[in-house]
Write a protein of this length. Structure first.
Length: 183
């Protein structure tokens, strides 16, 4: 499962420091569970809609090649080091097609797409939207439309490694879109 754990084998910040403080989802769990057991439990919570939220949450990774949580081969940068920049651009083109198809099948008419990463924003934004810059993400200036689905808003937030700014901007941008958030 993506966002399964941090490099130190602790729960990933995405769940407890980004989504919950942003008011999007509350995933209650037994704090005594191991990270492995927690990931299985969390996966079942999401798939069975067993969580507290005003929304039906759908998550789709942009780059589907798994990577380690820390070290030189971690994240998107690690995948690019492994396969090279040219192959990465080809992979991003194919992955964007996959994500757009998922959005067409599963996103509600009043839904919204959120990009938590530079490559995802740049590949999924419409041609009229600005390119990703971290400063724009931190200032809440990455607002656009999902490529091939211009009726669907796309927002870009700071990367998950910046959990505080990411959560804050996610909440702010969703509230600007008219979503009522909790917590």
């Amino acid at each position: 499962m993506f966002f399964s754990f941090e490099g130190d084998k602790k729960e990933h910040r995405f769940w407890k420091h980004i989504l919950q403080p942003a008011g999007i989802i509350d995933l209650p769990y037994d704090k005594k569970l191991s990270v492995s057991a927690l990931n299985k439990y969390r996966k079942n919570q999401l798939l069975n809609l067993n969580y507290k939220s005003s929304f039906r949450i759908g998550l789709c990774v942009f780059i589907s090649i798994p990577s380690v949580p820390s070290g030189p081969w971690s994240g998107i940068a690690g995948v690019q080091k492994l396969i090279g920049a040219k192959a990465m651009r080809r992979l991003e083109a194919e992955e964007s097609l996959r994500v757009i198809e998922c959005a067409k099948k599963f996103l509600a008419p009043n839904g919204i797409a959120v990009a938590f990463q530079k490559n995802a924003w740049n590949a999924l934004r419409s041609s009229k939207d600005r390119e990703y810059k971290l400063s724009l993400a931190k200032d809440g200036k990455l607002k656009g439309r999902l490529k091939e689905m211009i009726n669907v808003p796309l927002i870009g937030v700071p990367p998950t490694r910046l959990s505080g700014p990411c959560s804050k901007m996610l909440r702010q941008l969703l509230e600007e879109q008219g979503y009522a958030l909790k917590w």
